[in-house]
Ligand binder design. Structure first.
Ligand code: SF4
Length: 51
């Protein structure tokens, strides 16, 4: 299981200084389905817009 998740999405409510993700867990999905051909076809479904 991943322990130190780094992320550059600064407007997510789980983002913290140093590009750290502070969510307890994250859920990464394939944007085109359940298989990905490259990194661009993966994305974080745990993202929530910082309010
Ligand atoms: S929940 Fe996803 S988008 Fe948000 S900081 Fe963590 S890894 Fe990045």
């Amino acid at each position: 299981m991943a322990r130190d998740v780094l992320c550059n999405v600064e407007n997510c409510k789980y983002w913290d200084e140093g590009n750290k993700c502070i969510a307890d867990t994250i859920y990464v999905i394939g944007t085109e389905g359940e298989k990905a051909s490259d990194v661009d076809e993966t994305g974080c479904k745990t993202f929530e817009l910082r309010g």
